[in-house]
Design a protein around this ligand. Structure first.
Ligand SMILES: Cc1cc2nc3c(=O)[nH]c(=O)nc-3n(C[C@H](O)[C@H](O)[C@H](O)COP(=O)(O)OP(=O)(O)OC[C@H]3O[C@@H](n4cnc5c(N)ncnc54)[C@H](O)[C@@H]3O)c2cc1C
Ligand code: HEM
Ligand SMILES: *[C@@H]1O[C@H](CO)[C@@H](O)[C@H](O)[C@H]1NC(C)=O
Ligand SMILES: *[C@@H]1O[C@H](CO)[C@@H](O)[C@H](O)[C@H]1NC(C)=O
Ligand SMILES: *[C@@H]1O[C@H](CO)[C@@H](O)[C@H](O)[C@H]1NC(C)=O
Ligand SMILES: *[C@@H]1O[C@H](CO)[C@@H](O)[C@H](O)[C@H]1NC(C)=O
Ligand SMILES: *[C@@H]1O[C@H](CO)[C@@H](O)[C@H](O)[C@H]1NC(C)=O
Ligand SMILES: *[C@@H]1O[C@H](CO)[C@@H](O)[C@H](O)[C@H]1NC(C)=O
Length: 831
């Protein structure tokens, strides 16, 4: 689950809006003439005093006269941002999301406003933009509370960073833009190429910007000619230092290498090591929870052995301060630390609904097949819906409002993990994987037991580049340091019987496959043309596979209500300045509100809706005590609707020339029946909650129909993702090497076209299930471990025998004295 915004100031003054609608929705422009320059802008903004940002924010755009018929390459921008006593920065994303868009950042310093063009490949500090875009200034003002900048941005509406391109089309008459604002000043403020930024702490979001005829003006050329000013930069010189790695020790060889220590990799490594095999788990990130050596956290945790990852009440910090934790090579939020998603997530933990397996998976993976594995998972991680060790739930007013409303509307009360199959018009308290008031989950169970075994090894700060393979047989993995102290070189697996399991996540695993020459040809061509090219496996050995297709995620649609009973708890404030009593109860007894997940999650509720196409679609609602859009914290609850099992829309993940991964085809709302379920679900919820006196819907409000609300909401990962990405290495029987085949791995999770490479993580799921998926992924790993351990090692083929080919499912190894040689795409032979 995610939250949209860190709302600045718990209860802002009465919001008076410059522009009426919610920023995540399509917004008509307000025509505005800058008094200083006379330039006419289309503008959008948030008034001073509104909940989303302190001090207000306005962005304006003026375009060349023909921009509504011919795509413009440049614009004149207007930024009015908050900066108290010259402190702060703000920005605009010209593509909407923070990632894969050209970003303009601006900040005042003494009498000047500095700007920097930036580009981010992940939710981390954006890099300097290396394309030929250029900013020159028309005018700027700075006073004690605000700064204003009118600037010309040339070559800014099409961008290309290290081969990845994008753009904003003005002729479409509609842009998706993103805004961002922050309180502290950048570090190195007079050297734009070397600024350092903390994550923006004064709001951010995307909006749909509808352009009108006033945006394109015959005077544009004359106005642009006034942009003559550039601000002198003062830079101290380069500061970059290279990462120092450690060579892979010679003579090391492992029976199993598991890549990635997340929801899939941790149980996999444990189960394999339990069988006595020599196992190496390689994780890119550093240690997260205190038990495993992590140290990161607010000062009040120092000396306690706890980190930010341990304390449930701090789990949302990932959205507030993701630097160093979020993966930098994927444009969606993912944890690149030990534990992966299970270290950074909200810990929601659901016993599988049998229909999810029966509907999504093929034979061998139906509910009856995985039930024993699920039983093993829940015996180790039973979870709890009362995380505080005193068994009490805190700040339940919001929970009570909604659950009493749902009960009154005829929905049934259940305990989610006691009745996993009751998912139609039911509600429950939220169950978590937490244990003893701490994060718990796979890190505290599977990893802990694995580490007790001498045959288990863990390498941190080490990234796997690719698998090394001889045709379809993997001989090892190539690693590089992700941070100082990580390993570098090639790690071999045991001859013949050795195996590699990829558990690097939906984006990470797909990337490793592509870099190993396994994937769609267009993607392998991109890898070939990248820095990997010279050392990439020969194209005659490429294995065609639909890696990256079938991308899925719960589509999220946020709705908001207020009720006078609701009581907001400021979990964000608990980072810097926890309420003393809450801190003490947590530290001494692991009890109180800080043992609960931020931002006070619950109730969870579910509905199943049959579409006109006959498919039943699953909705899960997650309520939390927090405002969204312009409804401030205080009395508000956000109810996020996830569209799950039954949705047919799928997208695609691809790799970039800089070897990052991107969601290039967004998997949301391609099927009108998917959209109808979303709309109907809101209508049904409105009806269910009708009788609650004092409950007010703010999104959608009483004058907006659910249909219009959904139709007007921008469809972008930035505002619709649930961070439950799955499906890029789908499990199935239709071998993806062959025409029309959609599966990357077979029923043993073995990659088609190989005899000892496996994928076990979110990427093998054919589609998203009902609930947040981590318990399902751990269950899949428990099930897959048994299948993998039961598989016989490949047998060496005799000389002259077949050892490969497009539809070859056998061993790729040859008897001593012969090697497997490529003859044609359909036939390789031991010669
Ligand atoms: C912010 C957030 C909140 C969420 N909330 C919930 C929730 O409350 N409940 C729930 O059930 N689900 C939640 N999810 C989803 C859930 O956590 C993920 O679906 C799950 O963790 C995915 O498991 P995985 O094994 O596929 O990948 P991950 O758990 O992401 O693990 C992949 C691991 O591989 C590592 N890695 C990647 N590339 C390499 C490489 N090349 N070499 C070495 N290591 C590599 C990564 O660092 C990472 O540790 C949330 C996700 C996020 C991001
Ligand atoms: C250290 C630097 C930065 C970090 C760690 C960071 C991190 C993040 C994170 C985690 C989010 C998602 C928050 C959420 O959904 O709740 C986000 C959103 C956003 N960021 Fe940043 N950011 C940084 C710098 C910047 C800069 C310089 C800009 C633009 C100039 C920017 C623009 C945005 C925008 C527009 C969004 C909202 C859209 C989206 O979620 O994609 N960010 N950022
Ligand atoms: C409801 O929302 C719409 C669209 O956001 C807005 O135009 C309208 O003024 C709102 N009405 C009320 C009663 O708040
Ligand atoms: C500072 O500038 C802002 C934006 O132009 C304006 O709204 C505000 O009134 C100014 N404040 C002062 C003290 O001049
Ligand atoms: C609101 O709180 C009051 C006082 O505790 C309680 O009587 C009432 O039932 C609550 N209403 C709802 C909808 O929870
Ligand atoms: C790739 O393999 C083919 C066929 O074996 C061979 O002719 C070619 O030289 C190889 N290319 C490289 C770059 O090794
Ligand atoms: C869900 O429950 C409602 C109300 O009982 C019912 O009308 C609907 O048919 C059920 N949906 C499915 C898919 O069974
Ligand atoms: C390999 O397996 C696929 C899928 O099970 C099957 O369709 C195909 O016929 C098999 N090929 C061979 C050569 O056995």
């Amino acid at each position: 689950m995610r939250t949209t915004t860190r709302l600045a100031g718990a209860l802002a003054a009465a919001a008076s809006f410059l522009f009426p609608t919610a920023l995540a929705q399509n917004n008509a422009a307000v025509t505005f003439t800058d008094p200083g320059t006379g330039i006419v802008f289309n503008s959008w903004g948030i008034a001073n005093g509104a909940a989303q940002t302190q001090g207000g924010y306005t962005f304006g755009m003026a375009l060349p006269s023909n921009a509504l018929s011919t795509d413009a390459t440049e614009f004149i921008g207007y930024l009015q941002c908050a900066a108290k006593d010259n402190k702060g920065w703000c920005g605009v994303s010209l593509g909407g999301p923070m990632t894969n868009s050209l970003l303009v950042a601006a900040w005042p310093n003494e009498d000047n406003i500095y700007t920097s063009l930036r580009y981010a490949t992940g939710y981390a500090m954006p890099d300097p933009y290396t394309g030929d875009a250029k900013i020159t200034q028309v005018s700027s003002t700075i006073n004690s509370t605000h700064f204003t900048l009118v600037f010309r941005c040339q070559n800014c509406l099409k961008w290309n960073q290290a081969g990845t391109s994008g753009g904003a089309s003005t002729s479409a008459g509609f842009l998706v833009l993103g805004w961002v604002q922050a309180f502290p000043s950048p570090g190195n403020p007079t050297c734009p190429s070397q600024i350092t930024l903390e994550q923006h702490d004064n709001g951010m979001g995307i909006w749909g910007a509808v352009l009108d005829s006033n945006v394109a003006n015959p005077s544009y050329t004359a106005w642009a000619a006034k942009a003559t000013k550039t601000v002198a930069e003062t830079c101290a010189g380069p500061t970059e230092t290279a990462i120092v790695g450690v060579p892979v020790p010679t003579g090391t060889v492992f029976d199993y290498v598991v890549v990635g220590g997340g929801a899939g990799g941790l149980p996999m490594a444990d189960k394999l090591s339990e069988s006595g095999k020599k196992v190496l788990l390689i994780e890119k990130g550093f240690a997260s929870t205190g038990e495993h050596g992590g140290t990161l956290g607010p000062s009040w945790l120092s000396g306690t052995g706890l980190t930010r990852f341990d304390v449930p009440g701090l789990c949302n910090q990932i959205w507030v301060d993701s630097k160093g934790i979020a993966c930098t090579d994927t444009d969606q939020m993912a944890g690149c630390v030990l534990g992966g998603g299970t270290a950074v997530n909200a810990g929601l933990w659901f016993k599988p609904y049998s229909l999810d397996w029966d509907y999504l998976f093929p034979a061998g993976w139906k509910y009856n097949d995985i039930a024993a594995a699920a039983g093993r998972v829940f015996s180790r991680i039973p979870g709890t819906d009362t995380p505080s060790t005193d068994g009490k739930r805190y700040y339940q007013q919001g929970f009570d409002v909604l659950s009493s409303g749902l009960a009154g509307g005829g929905w049934g009360k259940v305990t989610a993990n006691s009745s996993p199959n009751q998912k139609n018009r039911t509600y429950s308290a939220a169950p978590f994987m937490y244990s003893g008031g701490q994060r718990g989950g796979p890190l505290a169970t599977y990893l802990t037991s694995a580490k007790r075994r001498a045959n288990f090894n863990l390498w941190l700060n080490t990234a796997v580049k690719r698998v090394i393979r001889d045709g379809g047989h993997i001989t090892g993995v190539e690693v590089e340091p992700f941070r100082n102290g990580g390993y570098q070189g090639i790690v071999p697996v045991t001859a013949t019987a050795g195996r590699v399991v990829l558990s690097a996540g939906t984006f990470g695993t797909a990337k490793i496959l592509m870099r190993s020459g396994i994937g769609p040809t267009d993607q392998l061509e991109i890898v070939k043309a990248s820095a990997d090219g010279p050392t990439m496996i020969n194209s005659t050995a490429w294995i065609p596979s639909p890696v990256g297709y079938n991308l899925d995620d719960h589509l999220n649609t946020d709705t908001v209500i207020t009720h006078p009973n609701v009581s907001f708890y400021d979990f964000y404030e608990a980072w810097d300045a926890p309420i003393e009593g809450d801190k003490t109860s947590y530290l001494s007894k692991r009890s109180g509100i800080l043992a609960q997940a931020a931002p006070n999650i619950g109730p969870m509720f579910w509905e199943e809706i049959k579409g006109a196409d006959g498919i039943v679609r699953q909705l899960q609602w997650t309520a939390r005590v927090e405002g969204s859009f312009d409804t401030p914290n205080g009395k508000a609850m956000t109810m996020s609707q996830y569209l799950g099992r039954g949705a047919t829309s799928r997208g695609r993940m691809t790799i970039t020339p800089a070897l990052s991964t991107i969601v290039s085809d967004v998997p949301y709302l391609k099927d009108p029946n998917d959209k109808e379920a979303v709309i109907q679900g809101i209508v049904n919820l409105q009806n269910a909650l009708k009788k609650v006196t004092g409950l007010v819907w703010t999104y959608p409000n009483s004058t907006t129909t659910a249909r219009n609300y959904v139709n007007d909401m921008v469809v972008s990962p930035s505002n619709r993702r649930s961070n439950h990405w799955m499906g890029t290495s789908k499990l199935g029987t239709d071998d993806g090497r062959l025409n029309g085949g959609t599966a990357v791995v077979d029923l043993n999770t073995k990659v088609y076209g190989t005899d000892n490479l496996f994928v076990v993580d979110a990427s093998i799921f054919p589609g998203v299930p009902t609930t947040n998926p981590s318990a399902y992924i751990v269950t899949a790993a428990e099930h897959a471990a048994q299948k993998i351990l039961a598989l016989a090692a490949p047998v060496r083929n005799a000389k002259w025998a077949q050892c490969g080919g497009r539809n070859w499912n056998g061993s790729f190894l040859c008897a001593a004295g012969s090697t497997c040689q490529y003859q044609n795409d359909w036939y390789s032979q031991c010669l």
